[in-house]
Structures are given as structure tokens and as C-alpha cells.
Design a binder for this molecule. Sequence first.
Ligand code: B12
Length: 435
Amino acid sequence: MNILLIKPAWYRAGPFAHCVNVLTGPLSLGMLAALSKGHDVTIIDQDIEPVPFSDAWDLVGVTTPTASAPAAYAIADKFRSLGVPVVLGGIHPSLMPEEALKHADSVVVGEAEPVWPEILADFPRLKACYRADTLVDLDALPLPRRDLFHPSYRAAAVQATRGCVNHFRYCYLQNVSWKGYRQQSLDKIYEDISLIKEPYLFFVDDNLFVDKAYTRAMAERITPLKKFWSCQAPMDVAADEGFVRVLARSGLAGVMLGLDSIHAPSRRSAAKYDEFFNLKHTVKRLHAHGIGVGAMLVFGFDHDDAEVFAKTMDYLVASGVDSAVFFTLTPYPGTPLFADFKKEGRILTEDWSCYNWMHTVFRPRRLFPQELTARVQAMYGQFARRKCRKFLTQLPFYVRMLARSPRLAWDLRHYFWFQSRASTASTFLENSGDI
Ligand code: B12
């Protein structure tokens, strides 16, 4: 069979329009390709190349989270009008299978691995819905077909674990049957990484730090492979200096810390009860080992008012973080947060393309919707300006980074020197007719 797998575009729009390189290839599609032994598979990332619409394909599979669902549906509709059957999968179709089915011949709910072989066997008589009822054993999976990815990606996506133990009210994972936490054996992850040519890895794990003993053993195991890697991390990642040393030795180059909010009532409302570690101390410890630190902040919780922005900025700048991303709280369908807002009549739009953490899609308690969007986007410019002024205080870290690896320091210069996205963001808001 001639199978086409597609990741719809999202990079080319909004505040990320300036991104010249898509960071990593779509791991889900690499996995589907690996499960399609004996078939001809093509993977297309619409951020990099146009979708080859034609009736020459036997089967099309499209992956999508919520924000690119309308784009995925448009692609699916076009192929179906050409008579090519389409299977939709990924986070959004898994959460909204009935909606997705309006645009597909078949929808996969949950992890693809248990059902994809069945789909290929059933073809052309596909069932409307395939549900993965069993949790995938990560060691039983084939290695993803990264060789089918476009060569322009800057880093390779890797996944050591799946699932999570947290219960954040804005995360989709807590209610789904494939939430269960699983680890890949150290042998398997070593084998996977040893075959990767790129020097940089991005761990896409839902939460790589659920079991720190595992993470430590994994880091020790991959150290000889001499890769550089980054990942998202919780606030307590640097609580144990020995752990940080092992991570740095294994090539950890940067972490994005999921702070969410510096405002305790807001963190509590997200059911984020983790102890809020001193950010300055965390940054200092990570920097001492040459590890860059980014912070991820979310605004729009019910306790957030106009003052939280300035307080957050002061806190961030004082902490010495290298970069930061600022998000508008986004109630994804399938989360308790969405259910609550819906019940309260606070959802402003169900145009999923706006569910990208950049728009305000609900009515905040203590801010106007447009005000929340504008204030969040303004944080980028403010952070860049304040950080520039603080540059000299961070010089020792850059020097250490350079000593650790001149190549790493050069390749990550944009990350560490942080480019302002303010101008792009404001153009985006002007053009988007913000809701
Ligand atoms: C890597 C990543 C990114 C990368 C994507 C790189 C790439 N080339 O794909 C980048 C940084 C670009 C990114 C951006 C964003 N992301 Co993101 N990202 C992730 C992350 C960490 C990993 C995704 C991944 O590769 N997983 C590993 C694969 C194997 O799992 P999977 O994708 O779930 O696929 C499995 C199943 O879903 C299914 N499946 C998937 N696709 C298909 C297709 C078919 C046909 C079939 C049959 C089955 C199937 O089978 C797969 C194997 O079991 C996830 C969290 C996570 N751990 O999953 C968040 C996540 C997907 N991102 C999320 C968000 C919110 C965003 C942003 C909106 C945030 C932002 N403003 O920056 C943007 C917008 C993205 C968009 N397309 O619109 C949310 C999505 C929530 C939602 N309801 O949509 C997630 C789930 C994080 C979270 N917990 O909230 N992201």
C-alpha cells in the first residue's frame, strides 16, 4: 500500500512565524511508519513542504493536537474529496472522536501501536473508530522511522517514558485511559539514541522526572553517546546537586521549567501542589553545571489580576533565567478546566485554531479577554529588554557554556541570548482580529 502520513502546519502562523527551522520531526508519524512494515510510507510535515494532494495514495493518516485540528480537517476533507480514505489520530481526535469522524473514514482513540496493524489488515473496510484499550509496552515497540523525516530538523525527538502521575486541571492526560506511566528499558533507549545522527535530542516525555532514579540511570547510560539534550522539567529538578551533575555529564544542555505561575493561589487552582522551589537557587545550580534554563509561565487563572504580570517579570528577571515563554491559559476540550468553563458559560470560542496558548478563548475572572492576550504577549518584549540590561550578570554562565562546548554555545546562541518576539507577536495580534 502507498501510505501518506501528515503533520499539519502550525509553525508558519502567529508568534512562531519567524521560526525558520522546525525543531523536531513528528515522532508519532515515525512510529506509525515503523508499524507499517511491507508498505511504502511517506511522511510530510506541512511546516516544511506542501501536502502532495493526489488520488495516487491508498491511505492517508493525519496527526493533530487541538490547535491544528481545523488544518488537519481541511487536509482530510480534500483527500476524501479525491476518494482517498483518511485516518485521523493524535490528541485532539482522541479527545473528540465524534467531531473528527465528520472529516475521516476512521478515527484512532489513544495510542496507535495496538491498533495500527489492525487498521492496515482491515483496509479498505475500515471501522469508524479504533480504540487502543491496552497500554503499550514501550520495549515491545519498533524504533521510529526517523530516516523518513525531512533532513532539515535541528534536533531528534526521543521518548524514554510515557504517561504522567500529575493531575493538572488544564492537562488532557489525567482523564484518558493511556495516562499510565511506563518506562523504556535502558538498553532500548540506548539503542535508539545510538542510531541517531543529530547531535541534539529533545525528550518529548510527558514527564521525564516521575522516577528520578530511572532518569539518573538513563542519563548515565547515554553519557558515552556524547549527545546534547533538552527537555521540560519540574521545579524540583535541581534539588539534588549530584543528580544535576549526572544530567550535565550526560549532555543536558537546557531545561524548560514548568513554573506555570508564581502566584500561589493560581498554582493551587491548577491543582499544581508541587513545592515551589526557589527559582533563583535552581537557576544558579543549573547554570553552575552549564545547563541553560527556560521558564514556562501561564496567565489567566481565576486569581490572576493585572498585577501578576509585573510581579512575575520582576521575579523572572531576578532569577536569572535565560529564556521564557508566556502562555494564555487554554482550556483544552477533555480537561476538567474546559468542563468547568463550559458549565459557567465562560468559553468564548470553539474555533480550535485559537487554542494555541496565544489567544484568550475564555472569559477570565479578573481581566478582560483582550487585556489578557495583550498583557501576555507584551511580556516577551519586556523580558527581552530587562534581560538585555542584566546581560553582564549572566556573563559567567555564557563563558562556562563556551568552555563546556563552543559548538553548543554557538548553536544555542539564540536560545541563550533570547530574541525578542514582541514585534512578531504584536503584528500577529493586529492581523488576527483577536477575540
Ligand atoms: C514535541 C511537542 C511539541 C513540538 C511538536 C514537534 C513535532 N514535530 O511534532 C512543538 C514544540 C512544535 C509543540 C508545539 C505545540 N504544542 Co506540543 N507537545 C509536544 C509533546 C511534548 C510531545 C509530542 C510527541 O511527540 N509525543 C510522542 C508521540 C509518540 O505521542 P503522540 O503524539 O501522542 O502520538 C501517539 C498517539 O496520539 C497516536 N497518534 C498520534 N498521531 C496519530 C496519527 C494517526 C493517523 C494515528 C492512527 C494515531 C496517532 O499514536 C501515537 C503513538 O502512540 C506533547 C506532550 C506529549 N508528551 O505527548 C506536547 C503537546 C502535544 N503539545 C501541546 C500544545 C498545547 C502545544 C502548543 C499549542 C503549545 C504552544 N503554544 O507552543 C504548540 C502547538 C502545536 C500545534 N501543532 O498546533 C499539548 C496539546 C494539547 C492539546 N489538547 O492539543 C501537548 C499534549 C502537551 C500537553 N500535555 O498539554 N509541541
